[in-house]
Write a protein that binds this ligand. Structure first.
Ligand code: S3P
Length: 430
Protein backbone atom coordinates (compact mmCIF):
# COMPACT_ATOMS: atom_id res chain seq x y z
CA UNK A 1 0.00 0.00 0.00
CA UNK A 2 1.27 3.50 -0.79
CA UNK A 3 0.14 6.88 0.49
CA UNK A 4 0.35 10.25 -1.29
CA UNK A 5 0.98 13.30 0.86
CA UNK A 6 1.31 17.02 0.15
CA UNK A 7 3.03 20.06 1.61
CA UNK A 8 1.03 21.91 4.25
CA UNK A 9 0.77 25.61 5.19
CA UNK A 10 1.20 25.03 8.93
CA UNK A 11 0.20 22.59 11.67
CA UNK A 12 -1.90 23.46 14.70
CA UNK A 13 -4.33 22.01 17.20
CA UNK A 14 -4.23 19.38 19.91
CA UNK A 15 -2.91 15.84 19.48
CA UNK A 16 -3.32 12.88 21.81
CA UNK A 17 -0.66 10.30 20.90
CA UNK A 18 -1.25 6.57 21.38
CA UNK A 19 -0.05 4.65 24.40
CA UNK A 20 3.59 3.75 24.94
CA UNK A 21 4.66 0.59 23.14
CA UNK A 22 7.43 -0.35 25.57
CA UNK A 23 5.22 0.14 28.61
CA UNK A 24 2.33 -1.81 27.04
CA UNK A 25 4.55 -4.85 26.27
CA UNK A 26 5.84 -4.90 29.85
CA UNK A 27 2.41 -4.37 31.40
CA UNK A 28 1.00 -7.33 29.46
CA UNK A 29 3.98 -9.52 30.37
CA UNK A 30 4.08 -8.76 34.09
CA UNK A 31 0.27 -8.88 34.46
CA UNK A 32 0.34 -12.30 32.79
CA UNK A 33 3.01 -13.50 35.23
CA UNK A 34 1.23 -12.06 38.28
CA UNK A 35 -1.25 -13.75 40.57
CA UNK A 36 -4.68 -12.13 40.44
CA UNK A 37 -6.50 -9.75 38.13
CA UNK A 38 -4.64 -6.80 36.60
CA UNK A 39 -6.02 -3.96 34.52
CA UNK A 40 -3.93 -2.27 31.82
CA UNK A 41 -5.72 0.98 30.96
CA UNK A 42 -5.05 2.91 27.76
CA UNK A 43 -2.96 0.05 26.31
CA UNK A 44 -1.52 0.29 22.79
CA UNK A 45 -3.55 -1.89 20.37
CA UNK A 46 -0.81 -2.01 17.74
CA UNK A 47 0.50 -4.98 15.74
CA UNK A 48 3.62 -5.35 17.93
CA UNK A 49 1.73 -5.30 21.22
CA UNK A 50 -0.86 -7.72 19.84
CA UNK A 51 1.94 -10.24 19.32
CA UNK A 52 2.77 -10.08 23.05
CA UNK A 53 -0.91 -10.35 24.02
CA UNK A 54 -1.39 -13.42 21.80
CA UNK A 55 1.76 -15.10 23.14
CA UNK A 56 0.54 -14.84 26.74
CA UNK A 57 -3.00 -15.95 25.87
CA UNK A 58 -1.36 -19.08 24.43
CA UNK A 59 0.57 -19.64 27.66
CA UNK A 60 -2.29 -19.52 30.14
CA UNK A 61 -3.04 -15.85 30.85
CA UNK A 62 -6.69 -14.84 30.38
CA UNK A 63 -6.80 -11.50 28.57
CA UNK A 64 -10.01 -9.64 27.78
CA UNK A 65 -10.26 -6.33 25.96
CA UNK A 66 -12.97 -3.90 26.99
CA UNK A 67 -13.27 -0.24 26.11
CA UNK A 68 -9.56 0.41 25.55
CA UNK A 69 -8.42 -1.55 28.61
CA UNK A 70 -6.98 -5.03 29.05
CA UNK A 71 -8.33 -7.19 31.87
CA UNK A 72 -5.69 -9.82 32.60
CA UNK A 73 -6.02 -12.83 34.89
CA UNK A 74 -2.41 -13.80 35.44
CA UNK A 75 -1.09 -17.32 34.99
CA UNK A 76 1.58 -16.89 37.68
CA UNK A 77 5.35 -16.95 37.22
CA UNK A 78 5.15 -20.60 36.12
CA UNK A 79 3.23 -20.42 32.88
CA UNK A 80 0.91 -23.22 31.70
CA UNK A 81 2.70 -26.14 30.05
CA UNK A 82 2.03 -26.68 26.35
CA UNK A 83 -0.46 -29.40 25.39
CA UNK A 84 1.54 -30.69 22.43
CA UNK A 85 5.13 -30.69 23.69
CA UNK A 86 6.07 -27.10 22.83
CA UNK A 87 4.69 -23.63 22.14
CA UNK A 88 5.02 -22.01 18.72
CA UNK A 89 5.07 -18.26 19.25
CA UNK A 90 4.89 -15.84 16.33
CA UNK A 91 6.47 -12.48 17.26
CA UNK A 92 5.77 -10.77 13.91
CA UNK A 93 7.91 -7.62 13.60
CA UNK A 94 8.44 -7.22 17.34
CA UNK A 95 11.98 -7.30 18.75
CA UNK A 96 10.62 -6.36 22.17
CA UNK A 97 8.25 -9.36 22.24
CA UNK A 98 11.06 -11.70 21.19
CA UNK A 99 13.82 -10.53 23.49
CA UNK A 100 11.80 -9.85 26.64
CA UNK A 101 9.83 -13.07 26.24
CA UNK A 102 13.10 -15.01 25.87
CA UNK A 103 14.00 -13.99 29.42
CA UNK A 104 10.67 -15.29 30.71
CA UNK A 105 10.81 -18.51 28.68
CA UNK A 106 14.34 -19.16 29.99
CA UNK A 107 12.83 -19.78 33.44
CA UNK A 108 10.00 -22.12 32.35
CA UNK A 109 10.03 -25.91 32.43
CA UNK A 110 8.95 -26.32 28.81
CA UNK A 111 10.10 -25.71 25.26
CA UNK A 112 9.01 -22.84 23.03
CA UNK A 113 9.92 -21.75 19.52
CA UNK A 114 9.84 -18.05 18.54
CA UNK A 115 9.53 -17.06 14.88
CA UNK A 116 8.95 -13.69 13.23
CA UNK A 117 8.55 -11.82 9.95
CA UNK A 118 11.38 -11.21 7.44
CA UNK A 119 12.67 -8.11 9.21
CA UNK A 120 12.71 -9.70 12.68
CA UNK A 121 14.34 -12.82 11.21
CA UNK A 122 17.37 -10.69 10.29
CA UNK A 123 17.81 -9.06 13.70
CA UNK A 124 20.55 -10.18 16.11
CA UNK A 125 19.47 -12.45 18.95
CA UNK A 126 22.90 -13.47 20.31
CA UNK A 127 22.67 -10.53 22.66
CA UNK A 128 19.94 -12.38 24.63
CA UNK A 129 21.11 -15.93 23.89
CA UNK A 130 24.47 -15.25 25.54
CA UNK A 131 23.38 -14.13 29.03
CA UNK A 132 20.35 -16.45 29.17
CA UNK A 133 22.53 -19.46 28.24
CA UNK A 134 24.95 -18.46 30.98
CA UNK A 135 21.98 -18.63 33.35
CA UNK A 136 21.37 -22.21 32.24
CA UNK A 137 18.68 -21.97 29.53
CA UNK A 138 19.15 -24.18 26.50
CA UNK A 139 18.71 -21.89 23.47
CA UNK A 140 19.20 -22.89 19.86
CA UNK A 141 19.04 -20.44 16.97
CA UNK A 142 19.78 -20.11 13.30
CA UNK A 143 23.32 -18.81 13.81
CA UNK A 144 22.17 -16.05 16.16
CA UNK A 145 18.95 -15.34 14.23
CA UNK A 146 15.35 -16.58 14.52
CA UNK A 147 13.90 -19.09 15.02
CA UNK A 148 14.85 -19.35 18.68
CA UNK A 149 14.20 -22.70 20.32
CA UNK A 150 14.19 -22.11 24.06
CA UNK A 151 14.22 -24.94 26.60
CA UNK A 152 13.89 -23.30 29.96
CA UNK A 153 15.29 -24.35 33.32
CA UNK A 154 14.00 -23.70 36.81
CA UNK A 155 15.70 -22.43 38.82
CA UNK A 156 18.14 -20.59 36.58
CA UNK A 157 21.64 -19.75 37.78
CA UNK A 158 22.00 -16.22 39.11
CA UNK A 159 24.21 -14.03 36.91
CA UNK A 160 26.36 -10.92 37.24
CA UNK A 161 26.27 -9.48 33.74
CA UNK A 162 28.05 -6.49 32.29
CA UNK A 163 26.69 -5.57 28.86
CA UNK A 164 28.83 -3.78 26.26
CA UNK A 165 25.68 -2.14 24.84
CA UNK A 166 22.94 -0.01 26.30
CA UNK A 167 19.83 -1.97 25.38
CA UNK A 168 16.67 -2.17 27.43
CA UNK A 169 15.57 -5.32 25.64
CA UNK A 170 18.60 -7.31 26.78
CA UNK A 171 18.51 -5.73 30.24
CA UNK A 172 14.81 -6.61 30.63
CA UNK A 173 15.38 -10.19 29.43
CA UNK A 174 18.07 -10.71 32.09
CA UNK A 175 16.01 -9.03 34.84
CA UNK A 176 12.94 -11.14 34.00
CA UNK A 177 15.08 -14.29 33.98
CA UNK A 178 16.50 -13.15 37.32
CA UNK A 179 13.04 -13.65 38.87
CA UNK A 180 13.57 -17.40 38.27
CA UNK A 181 17.20 -17.56 39.46
CA UNK A 182 18.71 -19.30 42.48
CA UNK A 183 20.27 -16.11 43.83
CA UNK A 184 20.85 -12.41 43.19
CA UNK A 185 21.24 -11.30 39.55
CA UNK A 186 22.97 -8.04 38.65
CA UNK A 187 23.10 -6.14 35.36
CA UNK A 188 25.35 -3.25 34.34
CA UNK A 189 25.25 -1.24 31.10
CA UNK A 190 27.44 1.57 29.66
CA UNK A 191 24.73 4.28 29.61
CA UNK A 192 21.33 3.84 31.19
CA UNK A 193 18.71 2.48 28.75
CA UNK A 194 14.96 2.88 29.27
CA UNK A 195 13.98 1.69 32.75
CA UNK A 196 10.28 0.82 32.39
CA UNK A 197 10.96 -2.81 33.39
CA UNK A 198 12.67 -1.78 36.61
CA UNK A 199 9.85 0.60 37.55
CA UNK A 200 7.14 -1.92 36.75
CA UNK A 201 8.85 -4.90 38.40
CA UNK A 202 8.96 -2.87 41.62
CA UNK A 203 5.25 -2.04 41.31
CA UNK A 204 4.40 -5.73 40.86
CA UNK A 205 6.26 -6.52 44.10
CA UNK A 206 9.61 -7.79 42.82
CA UNK A 207 12.66 -7.09 44.96
CA UNK A 208 14.77 -4.86 42.71
CA UNK A 209 17.21 -2.05 43.36
CA UNK A 210 18.66 0.42 40.90
CA UNK A 211 21.80 2.49 41.30
CA UNK A 212 22.69 4.47 38.18
CA UNK A 213 23.47 1.98 35.38
CA UNK A 214 23.50 -0.94 37.80
CA UNK A 215 20.43 -3.08 38.61
CA UNK A 216 20.03 -5.88 41.16
CA UNK A 217 17.08 -8.28 41.11
CA UNK A 218 16.21 -11.04 43.59
CA UNK A 219 14.36 -14.26 42.81
CA UNK A 220 10.58 -13.89 43.18
CA UNK A 221 8.00 -16.26 44.65
CA UNK A 222 5.17 -14.34 43.06
CA UNK A 223 4.17 -11.04 41.42
CA UNK A 224 1.03 -9.24 42.56
CA UNK A 225 -1.63 -8.00 40.12
CA UNK A 226 -1.72 -4.25 39.44
CA UNK A 227 -3.94 -1.54 37.97
CA UNK A 228 -1.76 0.25 35.40
CA UNK A 229 -2.41 3.22 33.15
CA UNK A 230 -0.09 3.45 30.15
CA UNK A 231 1.14 6.97 29.28
CA UNK A 232 1.35 8.30 25.72
CA UNK A 233 4.44 7.31 23.76
CA UNK A 234 7.14 9.99 23.42
CA UNK A 235 8.44 8.08 20.39
CA UNK A 236 5.07 8.67 18.68
CA UNK A 237 4.89 12.26 19.97
CA UNK A 238 8.29 12.86 18.34
CA UNK A 239 6.73 12.96 14.85
CA UNK A 240 4.37 15.75 15.89
CA UNK A 241 7.07 17.63 17.77
CA UNK A 242 9.08 17.51 14.53
CA UNK A 243 6.14 18.63 12.37
CA UNK A 244 5.47 21.67 14.57
CA UNK A 245 9.17 22.63 14.69
CA UNK A 246 9.86 22.47 10.95
CA UNK A 247 6.65 23.77 9.35
CA UNK A 248 6.66 27.61 9.58
CA UNK A 249 3.95 29.27 11.74
CA UNK A 250 3.02 26.02 13.50
CA UNK A 251 1.79 25.76 17.08
CA UNK A 252 0.81 22.37 18.45
CA UNK A 253 -0.21 20.90 21.82
CA UNK A 254 0.52 17.24 22.45
CA UNK A 255 -1.28 15.76 25.43
CA UNK A 256 -0.36 12.98 27.86
CA UNK A 257 3.21 12.23 26.81
CA UNK A 258 5.46 9.99 28.92
CA UNK A 259 8.71 11.84 29.69
CA UNK A 260 10.67 9.19 31.55
CA UNK A 261 14.22 10.62 31.96
CA UNK A 262 15.63 7.59 30.10
CA UNK A 263 13.50 8.53 27.07
CA UNK A 264 13.57 12.34 26.90
CA UNK A 265 16.87 12.87 25.03
CA UNK A 266 15.08 14.35 22.01
CA UNK A 267 13.53 17.15 24.05
CA UNK A 268 16.88 17.96 25.68
CA UNK A 269 18.68 18.16 22.32
CA UNK A 270 15.96 20.21 20.65
CA UNK A 271 16.07 22.75 23.48
CA UNK A 272 19.84 23.01 22.97
CA UNK A 273 19.11 23.75 19.31
CA UNK A 274 16.82 26.62 20.27
CA UNK A 275 13.44 24.88 19.96
CA UNK A 276 10.39 26.54 21.51
CA UNK A 277 9.11 23.57 23.53
CA UNK A 278 7.24 23.88 26.82
CA UNK A 279 6.41 20.98 29.12
CA UNK A 280 3.31 21.65 31.22
CA UNK A 281 1.03 19.86 33.65
CA UNK A 282 3.80 17.51 34.84
CA UNK A 283 2.37 14.54 36.76
CA UNK A 284 3.03 10.87 37.54
CA UNK A 285 0.94 8.00 36.14
CA UNK A 286 1.71 4.41 37.19
CA UNK A 287 5.31 5.20 38.20
CA UNK A 288 6.00 7.12 34.96
CA UNK A 289 6.39 10.93 34.61
CA UNK A 290 3.86 12.38 32.14
CA UNK A 291 3.18 15.89 30.81
CA UNK A 292 1.60 17.92 28.03
CA UNK A 293 3.93 19.47 25.45
CA UNK A 294 3.49 22.73 23.53
CA UNK A 295 5.71 23.12 20.45
CA UNK A 296 6.06 26.14 18.17
CA UNK A 297 7.90 26.54 14.88
CA UNK A 298 11.49 27.50 15.69
CA UNK A 299 14.66 28.60 13.94
CA UNK A 300 17.11 25.87 14.98
CA UNK A 301 20.88 25.61 15.05
CA UNK A 302 22.95 22.45 14.50
CA UNK A 303 24.17 20.26 17.36
CA UNK A 304 26.42 17.22 17.97
CA UNK A 305 25.04 13.97 19.43
CA UNK A 306 27.25 11.15 20.73
CA UNK A 307 26.91 7.70 22.30
CA UNK A 308 26.10 9.04 25.76
CA UNK A 309 22.80 10.50 24.53
CA UNK A 310 21.78 7.93 21.91
CA UNK A 311 20.03 5.44 24.27
CA UNK A 312 17.75 8.27 25.49
CA UNK A 313 16.52 9.02 21.95
CA UNK A 314 17.35 5.88 19.98
CA UNK A 315 13.96 5.50 18.27
CA UNK A 316 13.66 9.23 17.58
CA UNK A 317 16.88 9.54 15.56
CA UNK A 318 15.27 9.09 12.11
CA UNK A 319 12.87 11.99 12.70
CA UNK A 320 15.63 13.94 14.41
CA UNK A 321 17.68 13.73 11.20
CA UNK A 322 14.75 15.38 9.41
CA UNK A 323 14.71 18.19 11.98
CA UNK A 324 18.49 18.60 11.57
CA UNK A 325 18.07 19.14 7.81
CA UNK A 326 16.15 22.31 8.75
CA UNK A 327 18.67 23.61 11.32
CA UNK A 328 21.44 25.99 10.32
CA UNK A 329 24.88 24.39 10.37
CA UNK A 330 26.23 20.85 10.35
CA UNK A 331 24.76 18.29 12.78
CA UNK A 332 26.81 15.19 13.57
CA UNK A 333 25.38 12.04 15.13
CA UNK A 334 27.79 9.31 16.28
CA UNK A 335 27.58 6.25 18.54
CA UNK A 336 24.32 5.16 16.91
CA UNK A 337 25.45 1.90 15.29
CA UNK A 338 22.45 0.13 16.84
CA UNK A 339 20.30 1.87 14.22
CA UNK A 340 21.70 -0.57 11.68
CA UNK A 341 19.90 -3.49 13.40
CA UNK A 342 16.48 -1.99 14.05
CA UNK A 343 13.31 -2.83 12.05
CA UNK A 344 15.41 -1.75 9.04
CA UNK A 345 18.98 -0.49 8.71
CA UNK A 346 17.83 2.97 9.72
CA UNK A 347 21.13 4.67 8.85
CA UNK A 348 20.88 3.39 5.30
CA UNK A 349 17.10 3.93 5.04
CA UNK A 350 17.18 7.54 6.30
CA UNK A 351 20.21 8.55 4.22
CA UNK A 352 18.99 7.04 0.95
CA UNK A 353 15.43 8.36 1.23
CA UNK A 354 16.38 11.86 2.41
CA UNK A 355 18.81 12.14 -0.48
CA UNK A 356 15.90 11.39 -2.82
CA UNK A 357 14.01 14.29 -1.21
CA UNK A 358 16.99 16.59 -1.80
CA UNK A 359 18.40 16.81 1.73
CA UNK A 360 22.15 16.81 2.36
CA UNK A 361 22.62 13.78 4.60
CA UNK A 362 25.66 11.48 4.62
CA UNK A 363 25.86 8.20 6.49
CA UNK A 364 28.63 7.17 8.87
CA UNK A 365 29.13 3.61 10.09
CA UNK A 366 27.59 4.72 13.41
CA UNK A 367 25.60 7.81 12.53
CA UNK A 368 25.06 10.75 10.20
CA UNK A 369 26.42 14.08 9.04
CA UNK A 370 23.58 16.43 8.16
CA UNK A 371 24.27 19.66 6.36
CA UNK A 372 21.30 21.74 7.46
CA UNK A 373 20.06 24.98 6.11
CA UNK A 374 17.26 26.99 7.70
CA UNK A 375 14.27 26.90 5.41
CA UNK A 376 15.92 24.33 3.14
CA UNK A 377 13.45 23.10 0.56
CA UNK A 378 12.81 19.39 0.13
CA UNK A 379 11.15 18.11 -3.03
CA UNK A 380 8.49 15.41 -2.98
CA UNK A 381 9.11 12.15 -4.85
CA UNK A 382 8.52 8.40 -4.45
CA UNK A 383 10.18 7.11 -1.26
CA UNK A 384 10.42 3.74 0.51
CA UNK A 385 9.55 2.97 4.12
CA UNK A 386 11.47 -0.32 4.03
CA UNK A 387 8.37 -1.55 5.91
CA UNK A 388 9.77 0.20 8.97
CA UNK A 389 7.10 2.12 10.89
CA UNK A 390 9.41 4.88 12.09
CA UNK A 391 10.85 5.45 8.61
CA UNK A 392 7.32 5.71 7.15
CA UNK A 393 6.27 8.27 9.78
CA UNK A 394 9.49 10.27 9.37
CA UNK A 395 8.92 10.47 5.60
CA UNK A 396 5.29 11.50 6.19
CA UNK A 397 6.46 14.44 8.33
CA UNK A 398 9.07 15.32 5.69
CA UNK A 399 6.26 15.51 3.09
CA UNK A 400 4.74 18.43 5.02
CA UNK A 401 7.65 20.66 3.94
CA UNK A 402 8.42 19.02 0.57
CA UNK A 403 7.37 20.79 -2.64
CA UNK A 404 4.76 18.82 -4.63
CA UNK A 405 3.71 15.29 -3.78
CA UNK A 406 5.51 12.67 -1.68
CA UNK A 407 4.54 9.04 -2.27
CA UNK A 408 5.46 6.63 0.55
CA UNK A 409 5.65 2.97 -0.39
CA UNK A 410 4.57 0.31 2.13
CA UNK A 411 2.96 3.03 4.22
CA UNK A 412 0.75 0.60 6.20
CA UNK A 413 3.65 -0.42 8.48
CA UNK A 414 2.80 2.50 10.82
CA UNK A 415 0.34 0.04 12.42
CA UNK A 416 3.32 -1.53 14.23
CA UNK A 417 3.32 1.32 16.74
CA UNK A 418 0.75 3.93 15.65
CA UNK A 419 -2.49 2.70 14.09
CA UNK A 420 -4.32 5.72 12.62
CA UNK A 421 -1.16 7.83 12.25
CA UNK A 422 -1.97 9.37 8.85
CA UNK A 423 -5.42 10.46 10.03
CA UNK A 424 -4.01 12.16 13.13
CA UNK A 425 -1.39 13.89 10.95
CA UNK A 426 -4.01 15.05 8.45
CA UNK A 427 -6.15 16.49 11.26
CA UNK A 428 -3.43 18.97 12.28
CA UNK A 429 -2.52 20.12 8.77
CA UNK A 430 -4.00 23.49 7.77
C1 S3P B 1 12.79 -1.10 23.44
C2 S3P B 1 14.13 -0.87 23.49
C3 S3P B 1 14.91 -0.30 22.38
C4 S3P B 1 14.00 0.37 21.36
C5 S3P B 1 12.82 -0.48 21.02
C6 S3P B 1 11.99 -0.77 22.25
C7 S3P B 1 12.12 -1.70 24.60
O1 S3P B 1 15.64 -1.33 21.74
O2 S3P B 1 14.72 0.68 20.20
O3 S3P B 1 12.01 0.17 20.06
O4 S3P B 1 10.88 -1.66 24.68
O5 S3P B 1 12.83 -2.23 25.48
P1 S3P B 1 17.08 -1.79 22.28
O6 S3P B 1 16.89 -2.40 23.61
O7 S3P B 1 17.55 -2.80 21.28
O8 S3P B 1 17.92 -0.56 22.30
Amino acid sequence: MEIKLKKTNYVSGVVEVPADKSVTHRAVMLSSLAEGNSIVRNYLPSDDCNRTIEAFCQMGAEIKIDNGSLYIKGAGLKLAKPQNGKYNIYAGNSGTTTRLLSGILAGQKFEAVITGDDSLSKRPMRRVILPLSQMGADIKSNDGLLPLIIKGRNPLKALNYESDKSTAQVKSAVLFAGLYADGVTTYKEPAKSRDHSERMLKAFGADITVSGNFVTVYPAERLTAQDITVPGDISSAAFFIAAALIVPDSNLSIRNVGVNPTRDGLIEVLKQMGADITLTNMREISQEPVCDIVVKYSKLKAVDIDASLVPRMVDEIPVFVLIATQASGVTRISGAKELRVKESDRIEAVTSQFKKLGAQVESLEDGFIINGNSGFNLTGTVVDSFEDHRIAMTLAVASLIAEGETVIRDSHCVDISFPGFYKVLKNICR
